[in-house]
Write a protein that binds this ligand. Sequence first.
Ligand SMILES: [Zn+2]
Length: 137
Amino acid sequence: MEFILLQSFTNYIEAHILMGKLEDEGIVCWLKDENTVTINPIWTGAVGGIKLMVTKDQLERALQLMQQYAQERKNAVACPNCGSHEIEFVSSPRKPLNWVSALTGFFFGDYAVATDKTWHCFTCNTEFDQPVEMVPD
Ligand SMILES: [Zn+2]
């Protein structure tokens, strides 16, 4: 059977969750990562870690399912200001609050400070810390 890269992950848990969902739908898939590490450790970072592989003839179905999951996840959160689902967790252009928090992040490896990510609404252009979470019907 011929396998094709569906998506690569840097996060093991995300990769496993998606693989489990696809398997529930009868998609034959597996995670490819150790081989790359063994063959050439230098590549590990560059190629993006864990790869979710699917068979060639199920690729289209797998992509449809991934779109569906992305849509479901999008519908599960909304903007607290206008209620739009057109929101995304993005890297904020804002700098750390001040040089003290910047240094603290640097020395203590506080990546929450260092990366400074925030939610952004594309409908009303508001930024917020937490989206409104929808309870599924
Ligand atoms: Zn909004």
